[in-house]
Design a protein around this ligand. Sequence first.
Ligand SMILES: [Zn+2]
Length: 373
Amino acid sequence: MNSKFVVATPELPDAKHLKNTVEKLASYPTRNSLSAHIKPACEWLADQLRPLPRMQVEVMEYTLPRGRRVPEDMPSYQVVATLPGKTDRRIIIGGHIDSLNLEVKPEEGPAPGANDDASGVAVVAELARILSATEHEQTLVFVAFSGEEQGLLGSTALAKRATDENWKIDAVLNNDTVGSSRNLAGQKDNKRIRIFSEESENHQSRELARIAEFFIRQTMQDFRAKLVFRRDRFGRGGDHTPFANAGFNAVRFIEVHEEYTHQHTPHDLVEHMDFEYLAQVAQANLTVMATLAQAGPQPKNVRMQRADHHATRLTWDVIPGQKYVVYHRETTSPIWEKAVPVGEAKTHTVDLVNVDDHIFAVGAEYGIPVEAI
Ligand SMILES: [Zn+2]
């Protein structure tokens, strides 16, 4: 299926590639960030990414500061691979390469971490492969975080670096625990992925989640995003949050029915996963990333007013040559109900849609829209 609202991608994610990556990562005795295995696991992943065209691959060393689950300051490693675009605006996709076993002494116990979170890293690696085949407007960054299980330490280090180096980040897509479609209670959902997002004055993570849901709905026949309007699961955390806290738009992708008893144990195994489902999750991410990668800058001064009694008129500042899309929804609807491409217009009137009862937004084509005020 094709749509004027999303960018077609050259290739679909391959369940076999995803499985190979998960199997390899799960074959390390552990990928605990404090263990001797984290660096070889990062080096292995970096070696997979280095042959990709234009890809700049770094095994980033940083310090795990002493704290909960870290006995003393020590170095650790994570992978940051950058695909330069025509602009220095960035789209980041990440998963965490580290794993954890809380049943025994954490650094030593077996921790296959197949679903949590070799699944996310497999999505990152597969998208790097597919997206490096074509050129993009935005710079794309593919990250395998570590230190997640010790308190989001790798993502905190990278978010700090992004701030220090003035990175312009449009979106962070964090994929953590995305490869299983069922739990042991018999619940199953292989047609949806949850996207968690936070509402804030300081970033547009909620708008990122909403447009991600829209892009997925436009392109995928039988797969949908289930939006959850929370920062993360109850009492839990993820690598998108340090970026959101630094003011960047950042969301978390996660399967619908987690099996909590497998997490952080020797039982987080490849055999419990569903690689056809993981391929669908990868396709959802690919649609979102490839589309945002072609977006122009967000419009400024997006305003709405009542027009002709029963219509709503939108106005915004245009950039010459840039195409725009007008969106609207009922005030109680979590998702965009209608989208209208308006080309290079600087104003658009939506007939018979009342300004009082609807939320309107305008976005650059392929971009995160801005709600009208
Ligand atoms: Zn995780």
